[in-house]
Design a protein. Sequence first.
Length: 407
Amino acid sequence: MDAKRLSYLVPRIVQGGYSQGELVEFINLVQKISLSYLKYQEVIGKHIRWERRGKSGELEDMAIDCVAGLFMRNEANEFVQLRRYFGPYLDGRGELNDVELLIMLRRLVIKKTKQELSRIFKERDPEGAKIIRNIRVAVKNARDLGIFREMGREYIFLRHGAGSRIAMNAEAAKKKIPCLSSDSTKKRVGAKVPAFVKESAQPEPVNAVQAVKASELTDDELVYLRKSKPSIPEKTLKNQYLDLYTAKDHVSTTIRKMLSVVKTDERFQNFLPTDVVARLIRHTNLEMVRSRLIAQIEDVSPLDYVRLKEIERAKKRVLQRVRQKIHSQYVASGKVSPEKGEIYFKTLADVLEDITHSKKIESYFRHLRKYIPDLTQRRYREEERTIFEYLGKLTKKWFRELLKDLL
């Protein structure tokens, strides 16, 4: 689609006067904007695809999944989110030019894509999402930790005295005086921000850490962070961090220990990417769990052995009920095919296996995809999720009830 047609097309889409061809044209543009953002995320090192193959078409499917919510309709057959977003500007300002509409559309699509990516990542890796969330909460609540963004990645560092802009902003917030925000920086350098793309400012808690852009760091901060130096190799960081590691450390303490490694070693940058911190926390936790499991296996009592046997018997009873449920309620009624019913059963058996052996619990989608390799997030939501996740919850409920009786 030609972006120069937006001033003609957007009002028709929002107000309901479009043809089917115009709607397809608009959807294609929205998908391309989302796809370009996903490709950019891959360029900066993020793992977006399930598959490593560059020609699988998975990114195109994911882009459609990410923007599908923008095209939900209400009872009046209006696109709810598009109407809510563009409506006030179209009704109040008259005509918007193509450039203004393209800026607004990019902003909306990228925001929606980010939201959906967050949800997809949580389904794909719930444990990783939990670690990232805990890191961000720890940084937000710690006055000695700072954060900045560069090329789509977040970086954490230990603050350096009261000269840091972020420390200055915290003091300014206490005294209720203006601080060096990104908006003030834009005004200082003369950058123009169209009024129609500004968001209303929301007051932040005094102790909240504000992520600034790397380009907004002061000269003192750039010198302190040693941005001209290379980043520390992960293996080196891990080896030195493990010398400081203790099992009962809070997340904030863990972050400080990692940062203390790069702060004292002047060969490297004095900050760490959030994803590297998360990965190191995860690997350390996994190693601790493995060592505990090995210790438990080496010292299994006769009573523990009997309980393990009872749990295996309970698992078999639950799987028998699951198979019967699938065939009596879904296969017999024609809601799912016998082949699909067998896939559901095998997948739920894998879920139960993970639970009974204390393995990492994967999402239902990821489990099911092992047996349906070409399954996409969109197909899963439309065709599989309702029945399969109901069966998954039922399986866990039955297993939990039997364990209560056993243990």
